[in-house]
Ligand binder design. Structure first.
Ligand code: Z5A
Length: 208
């Protein structure tokens, strides 16, 4: 039986890294064999592409280059890791996926969404996440939280209006695809965030 494909998304400073281990543990305790991975990245080649995308060596990279590198990394990740794991019945927990491409390259950079959809169909075929958790919080609060971490990468150096567009993109897509997307209010305490996550995962697993 094909495994479950669960993705975690978040606007800047929303707490993805903080909550990944919690989700991983929850799924394992529910009896799933979990393959945790991330995008861009997840395989040796895709991690090389990640370094190009997030580092500052190519700060002026064209938006189309950025988009195509995201999908190049994704094609490799799907072929070498995600699809084989799903075929073995494993649950794949992926830190960001194509919703991030719509949000950052589409809504953030302004690339036409139908061009992204063309690449999505080409690279993924019919594969889409079974469940996407979107950790949401106001941009100012997210930037404040993120600012208290390490030096910013190429994306984290963007301005407030870019992240406003990214958040708007995620929320718009969540509204369009309510069967798959669950929006988690991440402006509250970690305990309250994880209580919401537990409810979503419990409902989702019961519905399968
Ligand atoms: N990207 C793209 O453009 N297109 C694509 O297709 C894909 C990705 C796949 C790297 O992603 C970049 O790639 C990303 C989008 C782009 N750029 N950005 N920005 P990433 O996922 O690797 O990086 P990230 O977005 O910075 O995520 P992160 O490392 O998981 O960070 P985070 O969501 O901001 O979470 P955090 O580090 O767990 O939390 C931030 C701080 O808040 C930290 O100090 C926590 O202790 C604190 N925190 C967390 N939760 C709480 C609560 N509830 N209360 C108080 N404080 C909290």
């Amino acid at each position: 039986m094909q495994g479950l494909f669960i993705t975690l998304e978040g606007s800047e400073g929303a707490g993805k890294s903080t909550n990944l281990a919690f989700i991983h543990d929850y799924l394992e305790q529910a009896g799933h064999t979990v393959v945790q991975t991330r995008e861009p990245g997840g395989t040796a080649l895709s991690e090389h592409i990640r370094a190009l995308l997030l580092g500052h060596e190519y700060d002026g990279m064209a938006s189309d280059t950025e988009l195509l590198l995201m999908f190049a990394a994704r094609a490799e990740h799907l072929a070498a890791k995600i699809k084989p794991a799903l075929a073995q019945g494993k649950t794949v927990l992926c830190d960001r996926f194509t919703d991030a491409t719509y949000a950052y390259q589409g809504y953030g950079r302004g690339i036409a969404l139908d061009r992204i959809a063309t690449l999505e169909d080409w690279v993924q075929g019919s594969l889409r996440p079974d469940l996407t958790l979107f950790l949401d919080l106001p941009v100012e609060l997210g930037m404040k939280r993120a600012g208290e971490r390490s030096a910013p990468d190429r994306f984290e150096k963007q301005q407030l209006d870019f992240f406003d567009q990214v958040r708007h993109g995620y929320l718009e897509r969540a509204g369009q695809q309510p069967q798959r997307y669950r929006v988690i209010d991440s402006s509250v305490s970690l305990e309250q965030v994880q209580a919401q996550i537990s409810t979503v995962l419990s409902d989702f697993l019961q519905s399968r």
